[in-house]
Ligand binder design. Structure first.
Ligand code: FES
Length: 166
């Protein structure tokens, strides 16, 4: 008799978890898919946080310590950003065509933080992801976990300025 392992529920209704789960499912939830799965998390969320790493560990049935080991060993992986606010700019194809590059440039100009960086006052971390699952809202941005879209660079920067001022 083989024991059927139960898979953990998706951490939230955020559609990005489905993208991550699809990658793990495609690999039969096998432990050797750990790096690919972490890439899927980073592509969707821009970084890896504890919730995501726990979800991947439970789904693939690998120890959380191993997930942390891999996530911290490879410099390609970005752990949860240090800023009080996190702005993930989607640079997937749909968003890129609709001006994601201008958003990144605009943020860098105004807040002096490039993708992967946090402002000197630790108020804002800027990240990129390859598709956040909201292509219809291109160019999409995820600000503190909320997906927002179709903003011009000036509007986005004003919104960020309001957020970081709080
Ligand atoms: S390409 Fe940006 S949300 Fe899909």
């Amino acid at each position: 008799m083989t024991l059927q392992r139960t898979r953990p529920d998706l951490p939230s209704k955020d559609k990005r978890w489905k993208l991550v789960n699809a990658t793990m499912r495609r690999n039969g939830y096998a432990g050797h898919a750990l790096i690919e799965s972490l890439h899927a998390v980073q592509d969707a969320f821009g970084f890896l946080d504890e919730e995501a790493m726990t979800f991947v560990a439970d789904s693939l049935d690998v120890p959380l310590s191993k997930v942390y080991g891999v996530a911290t060993f490879y410099h390609l992986f970005m752990l949860k950003p240090q800023g009080r606010h996190a702005c993930v700019v989607c640079t997937g194809t749909a968003c890129y065509i609709k001006g994601a590059g201008a958003l990144i440039e605009g943020i860098e100009e105004r807040f002096h933080a490039a993708p992967g960086e946090t402002t000197a006052d630790q108020a804002l971390s800027v990240l990129t992801a390859r598709c956040v699952g909201a292509c219809g809202l291109a160019p999409a941005v995820v600000l503190d976990g909320n997906v927002i879209g179709k903003l011009a660079v000036g509007q986005l920067c004003d919104l960020l300025a309001e957020e970081v001022a709080e």
